[in-house]
Design a protein around this ligand. Structure first.
Ligand code: NAP
Length: 276
């Protein structure tokens, strides 16, 4: 397949290139060469005639999105609209990467693909708008929701916890925010399997299991062999611009049940991250 990847210099974009480069012809589209908010890029992308576009480009700074909703919608909603229109022009399929933050977090179990969406922050609303354009403009689409993504050079939660542990003798971490930590290369491998199925629809692709930020931090420090006391604090005590869904855990129900695509546990994935 000829596959275009937007936001190809990002954490997932790079993991996807590693996962797909041997079996597909890739068209990486980094932000500096291809801004998804530029409408002139609609026809430029269509002219490349990809079979599939993987839309990874996004404003992923959740607190930044809360402070600047217009940019969040410009990129995550209208940028995705542009990509969907390009796919419409060249009849390509679209795989749109979305987020657990489309849910409000009040469910007392992990969210399934068909649970009702109800985002409570700007980032979630802008990403849901991207889902809307994907679903309404195209027939051939995959919407892949993921959560708490981390990987090589991403500077995400595991790196931040270890950085904090280097500077502080004790850490305070939120205990009432739940999610599904997901290793970017594992997600990329699952996407590599999904795109062969042509089983279009909505999927939750996350490492199996769920934990609080507090439990995640403890496991990171344990696996990295950096013993530090960790104090559990409440979300309300941690000041930030955006409010995350309290329970943002996702369950991979559709792909595991229908397509036999599943990801290992989040603890095993973390081990693989440290081993690399
Ligand atoms: N990270 C998470 O925890 C998480 C969780 C759930 C879902 N997701 C979704 O997963 C996808 C990949 O996330 P990621 O972790 O790989 O994020 P990332 O590392 O921040 O990558 C996003 C990429 O998009 C680029 N970008 C931003 N605005 C753009 C624009 N206007 N045009 C073109 N490119 C643009 C960024 O470039 P710059 O770096 O130059 O800005 C960056 O290279 C996103 O759709 C995100 O919403 C992420």
């Amino acid at each position: 397949m000829k596959i275009a990847i937007t936001g190809s210099d990002g954490q997932l974009g790079r993991a996807l290139q590693d996962a797909l480069c041997e079996t597909h012809t890739l068209l990486p589209l980094p932000r500096r060469a291809f801004d998804i908010t530029d409408r002139a890029n609609i026809s430029k992308l269509a002219a490349l005639e990809p079979d599939l576009v993987i839309q990874c480009a996004a404003m992923t700074n959740v607190d930044g999105a809360a402070r600047d909703p217009v940019t969040a919608f410009r990129v995550n909603a209208f940028g995705t609209q542009n990509i969907a229109l390009a796919c419409q022009q060249c009849r390509a399929a679209l795989l749109y990467v979305s987020t657990n933050e489309v849910f409000d977090g009040t469910k007392h179990a992990p969210y399934l693909e068909h649970d009702a969406v109800n985002p409570i922050n700007v980032y979630g609303k802008s990403k849901l708008a991207g889902e809307w354009y994907t679903q309404h403009l195209l027939e051939k689409f995959y919407i892949v929701r993921t959560a708490w993504l981390y990987g090589k050079g991403g500077g995400k939660f595991p790196d931040k916890i270890l950085e904090l542990a280097r500077r502080e003798t004790a850490l305070s971490v939120v205990r009432d925010e739940i999610g599904s930590p997901t290793y970017a290369p594992d997600l990329a491998n699952a996407i590599a399997q999904l795109i062969h199925t042509e089983q279009y629809g909505i999927y939750h692709l996350v490492n199996a299991g769920a934990c609080s930020r507090y439990e995640w931090a403890i496991e990171i420090l344990r696996q990295a062999n950096v013993p530090r006391p960790v104090k559990p604090i409440r979300l309300a005590e941690y000041r930030r611009a955006s409010s995350p869904p309290p329970n943002g855990a996702l369950e991979n129900f559709a792909a595991a049940t229908m397509l036999n695509i599943s990801l290992r546990s989040w603890q095993d994935a973390l081990r693989a991250y440290f081993e690399k």
